[in-house]
Design a protein around this ligand. Structure first.
Ligand code: MN
Length: 156
């Protein structure tokens, strides 16, 4: 039953603003029964102008997307956590080095890409780049184009 709902609405997407020793934003995407997670040192991009570093961090359990509150002093990530944006996402294309997703949040809407930095240095394997695609055709702009009357016409 639950999976049927998810098929219609998408997978869980959340960004938690985390005021730890260093402010960052935790992007979490439901995949394979967990929340895949990336920490963004800067505010997530709402336009196609900015690219953001995204550091892959450990998976979090489903349910953590609802967490807001304080992580106590002395614990890992001590500080305040608040939900910055939430909604659903749909995977459009992915392999182990890239994820192209449609985000349906309140602040982030549209096609976004997470791509692993091709860097062979040791200790750099967790570095990804997160950005909003310039071409938003897959987010539904195709439909707007189709209103110009040329739809369905084949060139001969
Ligand atoms: Mn965090």
């Amino acid at each position: 039953m639950n999976s049927q709902i998810k098929k219609e609405t998408g997978l869980i997407y959340v960004i938690q603003k985390h005021l730890a020793s260093r402010l960052h934003y935790d992007l979490r995407l439901e995949e394979g029964g967990v929340l895949k997670s990336w920490a963004l040192p800067k505010e997530p991009p709402v336009t196609g102008a900015e690219k953001r570093l995204a550091v892959k961090v450990e998976d979090h359990p489903l349910g953590y997307e609802n967490f807001e509150g304080f992580i106590p002093e002395g614990e890992y990530g001590a500080g305040r956590v608040e939900i910055w944006d939430r909604g659903f996402y749909q995977p459009l294309h992915q392999d182990e080095n890239i994820k192209e997703i449609l985000i349906l949040g309140q602040k982030l809407k549209g096609v976004y890409t997470l791509v692993r930095i091709k860097d062979r240095q040791k200790g750099q394997e967790n570095l990804w780049i997160f950005f909003r695609n310039k071409n938003q055709e897959k987010a539904g702009l195709k439909d707007e184009k189709n209103t110009n009357g040329k739809t369905g016409q084949k060139d001969k």
